[in-house]
Structures are given as C-alpha cells and as structure tokens.
Unconditional design. Sequence first.
Length: 471
Amino acid sequence: MKNTIIPVFIFLISGTAFLTGKVAPLTEKIWSNPEFIKDYLGSFAISSEVEPKIGRAEQVLFEDITEMIDDNRTDEVIEELKGEFDEIDSSPAIDFTLANFLVQEGNMTESIKYYVSAIRKFPDFLRARKNLGFIYVEDGNFSEALPHLVKCVELGGVDGDLYGLIGYCYLNTELYASALDAYRMALIFEPNSKDWRLGKAQCLISLEKYDDAIAMLTELIQMDKSKKDFWLFQANAYLASEKSEDAAANLFLVDLMEQADANSKLLLGDIYVTLELPHLAVPQYLDVLDSDEKLPVSKAVRIVEVLARSTNWKEASEVSPKIKEKYADQFSPEEANKFDSLRAEILFALDRKEEAVKALEELVKRDPLNGRVLLLLAGHYSTNFRKSIDKDQTKADEFAAKAIFLYERAANLDDTAVKSSALMRHGQILVRQKKYTNAVKFLERSNALKPRDSLEKYLEQVRRLADLTQS
C-alpha cells in the first residue's frame, strides 16, 4: 500500500454547520411551526406581574377587538390598534398587542418598531423582550437578540425556549462555552428538543470534545434516523477525531438514503482517497460531475488535484477528461493553468511523455512564471540528459542546456521552495557534467534557502570531489 498522506479537504455539506463554519438553522422554533407561533403569541391580553398594568381605556379597547378576533378580522384589529398607537402616550400594552398581530400576519420587520416602543415605555416588559429577541434571532441579528433574551432570564421568565435561543446566539457569535451552558439549561426544560441537542453537539465539536459530540449525535440519530443532517454532523465529528472510517460509513449511509448532495459526495470521495481506496472515490467524483448540480469550478479542479497529489494517476486520468469537457470553458486563466499542469503530471506518470511535454511547453508560454510547470518541464529534460549522457553526448548537452535554462528561470521566482528546488537540481546537472566547483555554489544557495540533512550530506560529497579535482 502507498504511504500517502494528504489533507482531508472539508467542503460545504448542505444543511450542516461545522463543515462550513456556520451554525445549523433551527427547525422547531421557526415561523412555519404552528405550535411555535401559538406559544410565541400567547394571549393578547396583559396579565403577568412583569408586564404593564392596563387601565380602563385599554380594557374597553381589548373588549372591542375581541369580536374582530373571533371573526378573524385581523386587518381591522391592526388598523384599530394603529389608530390608538402613540410613540409617547399610548400604553405599552397596546404597542405589544399590535406587534403580536403584525407577527401573526407575517409582518416581522414592522412589528419590531412596536415591540421596541413597548419596551422603551416599560423596560421590564418580559414578553415584549422575549418576542423581540425571537424576531432578532430569526433575522440573524444575534447581538441585538442577546440582551433582550438575557434580560428575560433576569426577570424570571426561564424556559427552554429562552435558554435554547440564548445558546443559539452564543453559538453564532462563537462563544462556545457560554452556548454549551445555555443549551444544558434548555435541555432540562425541553429534554426532547432536537434543536437544543444539535446545538449542544455543535458546541462540543467547537470545544474539541469530540467523543461527547459523537454520543450526543448518536442520540439524535436514534430519535430520527431519516434526518441526514444528524449523520453528516456526526461524520464531521468523526473526521475531527481522526476516525475517517466511521465518517465514511456515515456519508455512505446518507448516499444510500439518496440524500447525498455534491458536497457530501465530494467529501466521501476525499476520505476514500485518504483511506487509500481511490477506486471507491472515483464513482463519487463522477456522480458529482455527471449530476445537474452546479459545482464551483475550483472544486472540480480540486478533484484532480486530490488524486494527483496522492499519486493516484490512473484514477486522476479517469476524472480529468470529464472535468475538461464540462468546465474548460468556465476556467479562469489561473484555473486553466493549474488544471493543465496537473494533467501534464498525470501524462508523465502514465508514461505519455510526448503529450505531457507538449502540454508543458504550451503552459510555459502561457504562464512563464509558474514555478511548478517550469520545474516539471526542466525535470523532463534533466531525466533525458541523464539517460543520454553515456550514449549521445551531443543530445545530452542539448537536454542539459534546456533544463538549466528552465531551472535558471525558476530560480529567479519569489517562491522559496521553487527557488531552492531549481538551484539544487541545477547543481545536480553540473555534478553529472563534472563541474563540481560550480555545482557547490548552486547547492549551497539551495541549502541556505531550505536546509535539509540529505542535501547537506550530498553537498559535502560534492565539495570533496571539487577539492580533489582542484588538487
């Protein structure tokens, strides 16, 4: 087996957060959930001790609109309440009730104005703060939501929703330890909430408590085996804890469930490559390339790069024609150069040298500052130089000249790794030409840029040869 180590590239997996740096969306505390809306709105009447008292005028108004509510004449209720609203003088109870009816009609943005007004007039208005906090969470405005939700806890309005949404805000602002504490409290009140369990799992992964996260996600999977997000989150936790086989198993199950998208297939393919199972990776990659799902060009090129960097040349040659066919006209100049250089490497590895050289020579003309391409083409001429040196000196000198020309160009680039490699290989050609004193200069410059023991030992040998030839 090949001793190949490549990084596992974590791509966006639809519906999951840790693979993207984003937090998974709520599924229970959302406006499409009738039970949530019912709990959110509650009664339009004001009765709590942490809510403003209502006078006789407000009582009469609420009695008047009761009939409209019973007849589902919500538009009339809203118009009636707007007529009573005043930024200074109207009761915060009216402002709050108006905001609630606007929410009921889906006018979330407009409702904010009236919740804010109610809170300004009565700062300890618990339900107004709670409802406003929910709307800010829905809008993704977590910094605005947090103070209102935390104030609700201070006012004694503790419940699972409050703690869960506080955890959700902390999670979205990357305060993972605080989020974890909030989710733990939320689950005391709502132990069956999938949102809060998933939020807790996200915190555990972010805090690198992978085993705990995996256990929590196992519980979620047991609650709903058809929910692909749970399997995908757990796959990410497995990857973070270096359990690639388990991650692959999860992603394979999602594929069997016919819920895999392009990104989860790409990730599964990448994992197969790291597990040295490239023959299993290719079908995943080809499925993505054959699908109608739009894939960013950079990800398509990266498929070839993953296979080439892991020296799976045969598999790379299987997917590269499909990528060229589907994406060539979408390549940026940089992407085209990268793809073509990878393709040239593949051709070299498959012993299709004439095609590879032609591709590289075209690339050098198109992208003369591409260090990797210069080194590849120079390496080809250097190899031919070594093969010819004992057979045909004229050809050997010709190949050496071409290689040295390219190495000199590469040595003038700003890339330290490319420069060091070019200088070392130039020096090696000079050694074979028995130009030991000149070779030492190039090898010393290479070692100064990128010191390594193997080069130091080689340099010492060349120095001794230089000394012998001069004595």
